[in-house]
Design a protein around this ligand. Structure first.
Ligand code: FES
Length: 113
């Protein structure tokens, strides 16, 4: 099993709550994703909305709603739970964002397989 780690960013680029979009080469694939931090926990998802497959953000690094409670797709306003990635409002209820595996080591956040 591959155990490659690819550096994404340092933790200080994320507010709490906050989000951060990234685009990295990992295991021979370009991965477009985003990180969400809330209550000190980090979550990562592929930047592809289950509704149409388009990126969720129109504003760079902005993936949360105004309250910082849910992930928001800017295209048709779907909302997703931060912890599970499940759509709870909008045009794709019950569908989910694709989770990405990450490793937080000190102040560094890595994508892992
Ligand atoms: S593309 Fe995300 S809600 Fe339609």
């Amino acid at each position: 099993m591959c155990s490659e780690l690819t550096f994404i960013c340092t933790t200080d680029v994320l507010a709490d709550p906050g989000s951060y979009g990234f685009d990295v080469d990992h295991c021979g694939e370009t991965v477009e994703g985003f990180l969400v931090r809330r209550d000190g926990e980090y979550h990562a998802y592929r930047n592809s909305c289950p509704h149409t497959g388009s990126p969720l953000d129109w504003v760079e690094h902005q993936f949360l709603d105004m309250d910082g409670e849910l992930i928001q797709c800017a295209v048709h306003d779907a909302r997703f739970e931060i912890e599970s990635g499940e759509c709870v409002m909008g045009p794709c209820p019950g569908e989910s964002l694709e989770r990405l595996e990450i490793s937080v080591q000190g102040e560094n956040i890595y994508l892992r397989c």
